[in-house]
Design a protein around this ligand. Sequence first.
Ligand code: HEM
Length: 424
Amino acid sequence: MTSTPSVDCLTGARRPLAELTGLTPLVATTMCPDPQHVYQRLRDEHGPVAPVELEPGVPAWLVLGYQEILTVLRQEQVFACDPDNWSAHHDGSLPAESLLRPMMSPYNNAYFTDGERHRRLRAPIDGGMARIDQRAMRRAVAALCTEVIGSFAGRGEADLVVDYAAVVPLLAVADRFGLEPEVGRELRIALMNSFAWGADAEAARRRVMTIFADVVAARRAAPADDLTTFLVQHPNLRDDAEIFDTMMLTLVAANENTATTIAQTLRLMLTDERFAGRLRGGRLGVDDALDEVLWRDPPMTNAPARYALRDTELGGQPIRRGDALILGLTAANADPRIHPIGQAWLEVGNRAHLSWGAGPHACPAQVPARLIVRTAVETALHLLPGVRLAIPADEVPTVPSPWGRSPAALPVRFPPVAQESDEH
Ligand code: HEM
């Protein structure tokens, strides 16, 4: 297909999104060996805000510039989170079966809400995160990681994504909600199944809701020192539905992003000699390693989304009311305008990356998220000495998605670790 240039060659004016064709698919930035190469090509062609295609016939702006992303995230009176403001929901351009719907449809929680309503729903999450006892959580996460590793340590081989990174975060956060370990495990499976296609998904969603309803009823009858009790007693949450929606948002946001960050940190450890050297007794600690991952390969490569509430201009592009803007966090972290010497992740201690977001919706769980990742990586390194990747580094598969570049599997081998006997 021939593409319509984004600049009118007669007038020099930039064209609005609806007039552009032949756009780069967003997945070209995630399903490729070097996303920065693709981002740079888009920058060269369009500047810090580039038109892309989310799915065939569904265009959006990809914000590549560091300053431009901050402008979008801080101006919620112009760029809203509520997907109901996206024109594609109203002009029929979004197919009913579109895979964009889960991330770009309105839901009743803080993430998809703006202004006063967002502040009301967000305060209980902030309050709950602030009350987490970090020492107690670190101990609980270390015990959980040890148990999970114990389930495969004797085998001498494992998939550190499927067997480990994908398991730990949800169980760690479910534990803070006061769910018993076996209920946490059941919740993890039910949540996974609830997002799949097919008849089982509805049953899984009902099971998730029953688990939430049971723990909420239990804490109402007998309060405890946990996140569920905090939400149940919070005056901002008006009914059980708002409590369940807040629990769901927190658990889902915790699960995907933290699992991916653990996987990316382990992946670097196993595939990058320089990084592995650092982690295993080198000058820099796991915290520095984690910062490097957050600069270079954050879990939300392209975060959905904001929706323009009025016509405006951003990075020289004409943004029209109802346009969707995708936050190119990986691109912005490497914006050449903020890194005159390049290689931002080598500036030890610099945490000015955008991987937690910014503005009113910035991740409320930065402290517990770091704690989970750090503990999971440290525990794996400690308990699996000699762990090695079982496939060539460039064959590590990636989960196909326009939003991220999460490793789908990290098959490893290690000297089998003898299991401790229960009979002491
Ligand atoms: C390394 C792991 C994590 C990363 C990189 C991360 C990143 C982010 C980012 C970028 C956003 C903002 C998205 C936007 O503005 O559109 C966000 C929002 C959020 N995150 Fe995290 N997150 C992580 C872990 C967690 C954990 C462990 C939890 C819960 C315990 C959590 C809970 C949330 C919630 C509730 C929101 C929505 C906040 C709002 O809309 O006001 N995240 N996260």
